[in-house]
Ligand binder design. Sequence first.
Ligand SMILES: NC(=O)c1ccc[n+]([C@@H]2O[C@H](COP(=O)([O-])OP(=O)(O)OC[C@H]3O[C@@H](n4cnc5c(N)ncnc54)[C@H](O)[C@@H]3O)[C@@H](O)[C@H]2O)c1
Ligand SMILES: CC(C)[C@H](C(=O)O)[C@@H](O)C(=O)O
Ligand SMILES: [Mg+2]
Length: 357
Amino acid sequence: MYKITVLPGDGIGPEVTAQATRVLAASGRRMGVEFCFREALIGGAAYDAAGHPLPEETLALCREGDAVLLGAVGGPKWDQLPVHLRPEVGALLPLRKKLGVYANLRPARVFPALAGASTLKPEVVSGLDILVVRELTGGLYFGEKKREDIPGGQRVTETLVYTTEEIRRVARRAFELAGKRRKKLTSVDKANVLESSRLWREVVTAMAVDYPDVAVNHMLVDNCAMQLVRNPRQFDVLLTENLFGDILSDQAAQLTGSLGMLPSASLGDGTALYEPIHGSAPDIAGRQLANPVAAILSGAMLLRYSCGLEEGAAAIENAVTAVLEQGYRTADIMEPGKRQVGTAEMGRLIAELVGEK
Ligand SMILES: NC(=O)c1ccc[n+]([C@@H]2O[C@H](COP(=O)([O-])OP(=O)(O)OC[C@H]3O[C@@H](n4cnc5c(N)ncnc54)[C@H](O)[C@@H]3O)[C@@H](O)[C@H]2O)c1
Ligand SMILES: CC(C)[C@H](C(=O)O)[C@@H](O)C(=O)O
Ligand SMILES: [Mg+2]
């Protein structure tokens, strides 16, 4: 039996995690494996119920489970709270840090049926399969920050810190993953300006000799942003630091048709965390408009990386492919001639296929 801690969170978070657990349960029935889902509060929902966005009980449950599945946190209701109580800074970042999940895998894959749903031309995106490996527990997100009053206004300081070892451990994951894929690694930085990027580039360059089968190139982040929309198929694995990875992965998501299609796995040396890369989408929350596929595919990654259940992971990915082939679409990926369904119906269709042997 696998113990999965489920953190629905805010906005569309509960809507999409409900479908992800439904599909995981169906995969369990298919494989004869039992999953025990244990829900806990996080984010604004936790602040409202318990006074803190990351209660101790939530953290304890995450630590003792086999994996964590998170929806999303945040929303306008909690934006004005003091920074340590805000869902993003007070819950999500500390959760990632405390679980030590430094390597964030964000696969951007264009499903054949969705090549026309991208805002780019089908011939540019069809067959696209990129893996963004984002450093997740360092960089600007976690450096010291302060805000001071100065004559005429204020002054803020944010600090960007990386150590050699922090770069090496995430790069190692990226090299290993590239070795199992198309053997191409693009390390993205801003080495023409930032000292942290110069160290990043030195470390990756030095490591490349240990992975002779992987072709490595370095690219400046501004150029990479442009190349992602010009010719995204040149990329296999993109390795980058925390903030650049946040931005480039949302951009890569849109190549696939929607932010609602992109899952993620955050891996370290202990319990791993799985979450769609999108946020709480307050603009569509509570209306069955959210695409649950990113959360469902995060569940597939959970089976692959935390349970070693490749069969279940593949069954989920194949079911998503099939349901899209059958013409079902949530609103965000809707095209003329297709059948629009809501969040729960999309989850039901995928779960049904996963459950069939
Ligand atoms: N991991 C997380 O918990 C996470 C990630 C990103 C943003 N956030 C938070 O979410 C809140 C909203 O942020 P935002 O609006 O900038 O980003 P967002 O990702 O929530 O939404 C951006 C746009 O994409 C759409 N979208 C997102 N997910 C979708 C889905 N599954 N199906 C269909 N459409 C989808 C939204 O409707 C919106 O138009 C903020 O408080 C932000 O901090 C949380
Ligand atoms: C909500 C925010 C802190 C988070 C991040 O920047 O990491 C989100 O945008 C993401 O991509 O998971
Ligand atoms: Mg983001």
